[in-house]
Design a protein around this ligand. Structure first.
Ligand code: HEC
Length: 118
């Protein structure tokens, strides 16, 4: 019996352990949730089917302005108010849906918009 066989067994055992746990594995340092990261998720999930929500790329719906250009037409603070009141911004035949957000969601979304509108 050599040390290396015992070592190999140990390695195999820990590999099995690792595989067994894989489903439950958590990232060691999960990215911290911030208003900006939450806003990005909101934008992607609610708006991303039509608007380009990132710092580059074209909108899937050519009529929908990319979010990174919104500050050229709007004060983002006004947009915050409009969204809070459920006013449909940029409505038109194109069929921008009517969203009603919670105040927290709106400030997250605006935080994200401020990040990408430089
Ligand atoms: C189904 C497609 C669609 C979705 C989803 C969508 N939009 Fe739009 N949005 C549009 C279109 C198309 C326009 C341009 C309408 C126009 O010019 O009349 C627009 C315009 C806008 C404008 C105004 C731009 C301007 O200059 O007038 C804002 C602000 C806006 N969208 C924000 C949002 C936000 C925030 C979300 C997600 C919560 C969202 N949109 C989701 C299609 C969409």
């Amino acid at each position: 019996m050599s040390k290396s066989i015992a070592g190999a067994a140990l390695v195999a055992a820990s590999l099995m352990l690792a595989v067994g746990n894989a489903g439950a594995a958590k990232p060691k340092a999960p990215p911290k949730e911030t208003p900006v990261t939450r806003g990005e998720v909101l934008a992607r999930e609610n708006c991303g089917t039509c608007h380009a929500i990132g710092i580059k790329g074209d909108s899937p719906n050519a009529k929908a302005p990319p979010f990174r250009t919104l500050s050229k037409r709007y004060k983002l603070e006004n947009l915050e108010e409009a969204l809070a009141e459920g006013i449909v911004v940029g409505h038109g035949d194109a069929g921008m849906p009517h969203f009603i957000f919670e105040p927290d969601d709106i400030s997250d979304l605006i935080a994200y918009l401020k990040r990408i509108n430089k």
